[in-house]
Design a protein around this ligand. Sequence first.
Ligand code: NDP
Length: 322
Amino acid sequence: MSEQVERIKTLIIGSGPAGYTAAIYAARADLKPVMYTGMEPGGQLTTTTEVDNFPGYPEGIDGPTMMVQLQQQAERFGTEVRVGMVTAVDFSDEAGGIHKITVDDSKLIEAETVIISTGASAKYLNIPSEQRLRGGGVSACAVCDGFFYKGQEVAIVGGGDTAAEEASYLANICKKVTMLIRKDHMRASKAMQHRVNSLENIEVRYNTEVDEVLGDQVVEGLRMVNNKTGEKEDIAITGLFIAIGHKPNTDIFKGQLEMDETGYVITHGKSTKTNKPGVFASGDVQDKEYRQAVTAAGTGCMAALDAERYLATVESKETVAG
Ligand code: NDP
């Protein structure tokens, strides 16, 4: 471990829309932010193609380009963007306390404020044909990619609220939606189940799982298997949506921050404040409900404002005490 400890006013962990928006606001407020990008610089949007629902892009924009532009905007105001992975944290319990962060298991940083925007990762089935066709018709975000399957036949896997909501969304765009649920019932709320059942172009298949996604370069069909009878059936589809949940990227914060039972960081009230003074959370890492680039960006802005106000309060207390 290197001996040199760097002192930073505002450390941002994660480089999705939440992190970059926090960086833009923090840099403009002279908090001299330093960002560590993590393993997937740019976050989830770098794995999508066209982003058509972010306000301000009338022709749409592809995800990777948008993230490069966000980075350039953050850097224009002085954010220092570093490629690296935060591997350990030791958050202070005291207001005005210093937070200790380890990067790449070697570099030590002391930060007055920390903004966590490490995001969440969609879960996949992890079968070879699904992995091979990611980006070729297999997607984990109907709101992002559903439009590309307008008028076509698609399938969705999952029986929770996300799957039910996305199936309804797809049913409005697509000709037919086949919904695969591994149990004999849906986990989704009664209201969401009612919505799914009321839409004529959604066919719900219970006790059904994906056996194989068919197609070489792009999705051409789906081989389904009934997990009770073992019976297999092929259907022709062009898009497969996986909606079996997300995993927030919070492993390194376990035992340090308050989280809900599924590992999402809990923020207090309408703010981005966590249970540790000077530590804020924005974006999907604290939001399992909306999970959109624009909502993540909104909470990134809030986190920077919360950090700025926190530092101002701590500094004014130090001045009075001094
Ligand atoms: P959930 O964990 O609630 O549901 C995941 C679904 O995927 C379950 O039906 C589960 O099946 C299924 N599943 C998991 N793994 C596999 C697998 N390997 N193969 C096949 N199926 C699988 O996740 P959601 O993303 O739906 O929801 C997360 C949270 O967000 C929930 O608390 C939900 O209520 C909330 N939410 C609320 C919304 C709203 O109120 N508007 C909208 C979206 C989410 P099984 O049931 O068999 O375990």
